[in-house]
Write a protein that binds this ligand. Sequence first.
Ligand SMILES: [Zn+2]
Length: 393
Amino acid sequence: MTMKERNLAFLYSPEIEALTYPPDCPFKMQRAGLARLRLKSLGLLGDENRFEFAPRRASLAELKQFHTAHYLEEMQRAADGDLTVDGLRMGFGGPDTPVFKDMFECGAWACGAGRTAADLLLQGRADVAFNLLGGFHHAFPDRAAGFCYLNDVVLACMKLADAGKRVLYLDVDAHHGDGVQAAFYGRKDVMTISLHESGKTLFPWGGFEDETGEGAGNGFNVNVPLPAGTYDEAFLTAFDSVAMPLADAFAPDMLVLELGLDILAGDPLTHLRMTNNVVVEIVERVLKLNCPILVAGGGGYHVENTVRGWALAWRTFCGENDECDFALGMGGVMLASTEWAGGLRDRVLPVSPEQRASVEPELRTTMETVINNVFPLHGLEAPSLGGQQVRSG
Ligand SMILES: [Zn+2]
């Protein structure tokens, strides 16, 4: 597939514009609309090959493929202002799962958009489909958590798998994709790989390297917990040493990429220290899998950084050259800040020796564990990680 032939779809419609979480909640549905406006202003959205597509709302029958009927009833009831004891037990009304008028509609539209995106990929109408409304990877069949109520990424993976596709779910959000892990833990037709800030320092407090799947799914669930303070080079070393060899070995027909940008330095809820330059690297790597890609939004609580990072991802999928931008980023004075008016790319952030020393040994041990646990199950040999450091900067 040449760059010119790649078709990108952006899922959006006017109905979605008005949907909102409570104003005091850090999760902002508006990020998708802001990304859309940014792309339009850059001339990267709104032509034949880079088109907007209106999703449909997910039906109850679709939502029931993952969620229980009782949960869906309680959620609609809570949205209408009637929070029951059962609803409370299901997580509604917690600090990260507020009860609000649009709680059901936000999820139903996000799930519908995920399913619509899956359809576009299955029909060959798009090679890459962006659902920035979604990425609700913490939702369980009967439990809400971490701003997530209805799990669009599970439902999208299910649709692709039901069509007979081998699906790779790759989650780079700062939080572990626990709901998705649970959904496919015993399956080998949907492989899940999650790189995330370690559960030792961040919600949902799990997603460790010894969680590798069960039964037929053993080896098809991969977690790479990252130490707090993880920076671009360390992340990319883990991505290249662990995620990509497994992705290549799995040889997916379809990729679902959860591109939560709470990995970026400056995010108010997490402790990683990446820049959006890793977004470009991730996109370039997953394109080499040579399969259709669904991109789901996910986290990202510094709104401007998140929107800019998603726009950068889209631009990279478009195959647009950004050398000029990158030169600005590299040539600028290196400040310990991601505030930057030079383009879509972040400045390169310097890594202190202390940061390196606190991240590298722990990450190397994690990578070795994952490699030892999982690589043999896929006929892969352990790569040499080097004895001194993960990767010199
Ligand atoms: Zn997150």
